[in-house]
Each structure stands twice: as C-alpha cells, then as structure tokens.
Design a protein. Structure first.
Length: 264
C-alpha cells in the first residue's frame, strides 16, 4: 500500500475547504464515488433514475442518502479533476472512496460488460506519478473485496475479475506500440482516473478501490464503433450495477467502522 505522505498542497483545514466550496454542514460526505464520465448531465439523470431523492451539493456532485450515510457521486474526467475531487471529499469527511467508469481491455477473453476490480493500479499520468513516486498503488483490500461481493451478487451475465489497471493521460490517443507495451507489462485494462484517485486517498490514509466496465477490447482490435446492441446493453447494466454495488459496500464499510470506533 502506498504510505501516507506529508506536505501535499491544499492542506487547508476541513472547515476552510468546506467554506471554499460552499458545502453545507449536513452535506459532508461519509463516502464518495468518483465517476469517469464525459457527460455530467446524462450521468446525473442516471443517478436520479436510481435514487430520485439525489440532490446537487456542488457543481459536479450529487448526494445520495443511504442507511443514514451521505454518499457523494461526483462526475470527473481525467486525473487532475479526479485528484481534486478525491482531495475535496476526504478533506471534508469521506471515509471511503471508489473510482468507477469504463476501460479499454488489454487481454484476450474479456467481453464488453465484464467488470474489473483492480488489485493493483499503475499511474502513467502526471498527477499519479507525483503522488505515487512512480510506484504501483494497491487499492484497499477490504473495500475491494466488499465491492467484488456486491458485484457478483448483482451481475447476471458478466464476469468480475481482478488484475492490474494502468491509468493514462488521454483517451483514444494510444498508439499500437503503447497497447503492446501495456500488454507485455501484464496490464489488463486502461483508463484515465483511477491512479490519481486512489493515490490521493492513500495520501490521507482513506481506503479506496475501483471498478470498471470493459467498454472495448484493444487486445482484439475491438473499438466502441464496433459494439453491438447487446454489447451496449451489457455495458449500461454494468455501469448501473457498479453504482449500486458501491453504495451498498461503502455504507456497510463506513457503518462497521463507525460502530467499531464507538465501541472503543
């Protein structure tokens, strides 16, 4: 596990950060989901279709109340934005984080709609390289296991797998040589935010994990332009299931941790 470090910029107090972002006291997060997504409006509609009572707490985030816990769902794109919102969430109260989204596959035999819960994340973007000092980042084992359990229960026709994920700076700019190098390194998927989110959480000693739906498989030359109607259906189901699974997993983790602290 990446050890917490000292001296990260923006080390203001929790109250100061809350005032800066104009977050109401009752809206502090107990846990947060960061979603790698281009269209914030479309994703907010997806969230409200599942939780009609979800409400906006700042420009990029909705709050879902579950089991007495406040869970933020923030739409981010790229490592810099992911690190910023991970930092905001943990500074004002989040005790668990997860980065979710879609990924490009890098191994044979994986199909659109399959889900990766990474056991290791390698940062190849500028933000996570600075946070991790160029070392692989290990997601929290307990949160990852709880997330896997929820996903296995909820997914019907998709496979949940572990593996090493690589985070890169941009999407669709990878060369064939990049894909070949990632495959030779043993990486099973590539996306844009996870290393920055988990690296930021690790800095503050907050458990974090990830879950990603396979969108297309670069290993077999498949692109999003080649997806069938069934592929797209599986992908959309996977995205919704991941969202519901983390809300359930995070609620259980935070509630258990709070009960344990109360009994000390």
């Amino acid at each position: 596990m990446l050890a917490p470090q000292r001296g990260l910029p923006f080390d203001a107090s929790s109250d100061t950060v809350q005032r800066m972002f104009e977050i109401a006291g009752d809206d502090r997060p107990d846990a947060a989901i960061l979603v790698g997504q281009f269209s914030q409006r479309a994703y907010f509609e997806r969230v409200r279709a599942i939780w009609p009572g979800a409400r906006e707490v700042e420009a990029h985030s909705l709050l879902v109340e579950e089991g007495g816990q406040n869970i933020w769902i923030s739409v981010v794109i790229g490592a810099a934005m992911a690190a910023t919102f991970a930092h905001l969430a943990v500074k004002i109260g989040a005790r668990a984080l997860v980065q979710v989204g879609s990924m490009g596959g890098l191994v044979d035999g994986w199909h659109p709609g399959d889900v990766l819960v990474p056991s290791l994340v390698v940062g190849r973007d500028g933000v996570s390289r600075q946070l991790s000092r160029n070392k692989p980042i290990e997601p929290d084992a307990r949160l990852s296991a709880a997330l896997c359990d929820e996903l296995v229960l909820r997914l019907d026709r998709a496979t949940v797998r572990p593996g090493t994920l690589v985070t890169t700076t941009t999407i669709s700019f990878e060369r064939s040589s990049d894909v070949a190098r990632w495959r030779c390194s043993g990486y099973v998927g590539v996306e844009m935010e996870c290393a920055a989110t988990i690296g930021t959480a690790a800095h503050f000693g907050v458990p974090a994990a990830g879950a990603f739906v396979l969108m297309d498989n670069l290993a077999s030359g498949q692109t999003v332009l080649m997806l069938s109607e069934e592929d797209n259906r599986r992908i959309e189901i996977g995205k919704d299931v991941i969202l519901r699974a983390f809300v359930a997993a995070a609620w259980g983790l935070v509630a258990t941790r709070d009960n344990g602290l109360a009994q000390r």
